[in-house]
Design a protein around this ligand. Structure first.
Ligand code: PLP
Length: 384
């Protein structure tokens, strides 16, 4: 037989996170490789969904989402992100932010186009670009503050570069980009005529008085920014697959057609459930969410500091990269495996987030876990 996989499928390897999860389950450990919010779905979101099903909202929706959800998102963008957006033409609801990014890539990138990513990166960004035939280029940020210079961007650009990705707050770094940093990215994108793709899925998870800033809110790049976000994390509904992109209609039209082709639409009643949540939940919900995750962050980071795995305390999102140089092993995989065997706590090897060798001495922990689980992890990590 001469049948084979596509070149595309050859690129897509099983995520390291799944490998660690399987190994952790095998030994009955505590899985900090992967997390899901334990706070539960807000009742308003559940009620809105149940009402929608009862009222017969069970068919295909318009390809870019139900009007009620697009309008709710537009209002949220105005109040929270400082963006004035046309709900009719500039918002495309998709199957999670993952779906939104995939549709944006297919609509806006040609095979061979290069897109700059900051590393440490979120693996789906790389793999989505590869699946679209695009070529990722990397700019390595310096820990612990995950800084970069304008000259780093210049070193990564080429005549084939068509975009740059900004994930703020970042997974796995927890980096919350400052206005100054976003201005550097904006000036760079304008000078080289690039799209700015954003991933703002953790926009409500920011700590220590920081605020989330949407790159699209910088007026000079509003026209070239494809903002992407969603409700998986904010409402603990990772399995519902509700995300969205926001951009000028000349891009949104094409993104919408691709969305129609791949997903037809996001699940109809779940769209209304999220719309109900956005409309009914006030600022106190988001403040409590943030506070709960800050406590979890502090619990995990103080544990890691105690056992000599120095944490790079995250400014946002719900992951922490820790310095694993004291663990035996030639690379981050061996170090993470040592930690798992010795303590029963699973992490993700830092190399999973880097193309360069800079992840060799890092491991990533997730603190989107019940407090009891984080305490169990603390007790186990003390065995080090
Ligand atoms: N973007 C980042 C940075 C993530 O960490 C994740 C999930 O871990 C996602 C996107 C997935 O979002 P969604 O469920 O909206 O596809």
């Amino acid at each position: 037989m001469t049948l084979s996989l596509s070149d595309r499928a050859d690129h897509i390897t099983q995520a390291e996170i799944r490998v660690m999860t399987i190994e952790c389950e095998r030994i009955g450990g505590v899985n900090l490789a992967q997390g899901v919010c334990d706070l539960g779905v807000p009742p308003e979101v559940v009620e809105g969904t149940v009402e929608a099903i009862g009222q017969g909202v069970n068919s295909y929706t318009r390809y870019d989402g139900l009007r009620q959800l697009r309008q709710a998102i537009a209002e949220k963008l105005r109040l929270f992100n400082g963006l004035d957006v046309d709900a009719e033409t500039e918002i495309t609801v998709s199957a999670g932010s993952t779906g939104s990014f995939y549709c944006a890539c297919l609509a806006l990138l040609n095979p061979g186009d290069e897109v700059i990513l900051f590393e440490p990166f979120y693996g789906y960004h790389v793999n989505t670009l590869l699946a679209a035939g695009a070529v990722p280029r990397y700019v390595t940020m310096d820990p612990p503050a995950w800084t970069f210079a304008a000259s780093d961007l210049e070193a990564a650009v080429s005549p084939r570069t068509k975009g740059i990705m900004v994930c703020t707050p970042g997974n796995p770094s927890g980096k919350v980009y400052t206005r100054e940093e976003l201005q550097i990215v904006a000036d760079f994108a304008r000078e080289h005529d690039l799209f700015i793709f954003t991933d703002e899925i953790y926009e409500y998870f920011v700590y220590d008085g920081r605020t989330h800033l949407s790159p699209a809110s910088l007026p000079s790049v509003r026209d070239r920014t494809i903002m992407i976000s969603g409700y998986s994390k904010t409402y603990s509904i990772t399995g519902w697959r509700i995300g969205y992109s926001v951009c000028e209609s000349r891009w949104a039209d094409a993104i919408g057609y691709v969305n129609d082709l791949i997903y037809v639409c996001a699940p109809a009643p779940l769209q209304l459930g999220v719309a109900t949540g956005i409309t009914r939940l006030g600022p106190s919900y988001y403040a409590a969410l943030c506070d709960a995750f800050r406590r979890k962050r502090d619990l995990l980071c103080s544990t890691l500091a105690d056992v000599g795995l120095s944490p790079m305390v995250p400014q946002g999102a719900y992951y922490v990269l820790a310095d694993a140089s004291r663990l035996p092993g030639c690379n981050s995989k061996e170090k993470a495996m040592h930690l798992l065997r010795r303590t029963g706590v699973a992490s993700v090897p830092g190399d999973a987030f880097y193309e360069s060798a800079a992840g060799r001495d890092l491991v990533r922990f997730c603190f989107a876990k019940a407090e009891a689980e984080l305490e169990e992890a603390r007790d186990r990590l003390r065995r080090l």
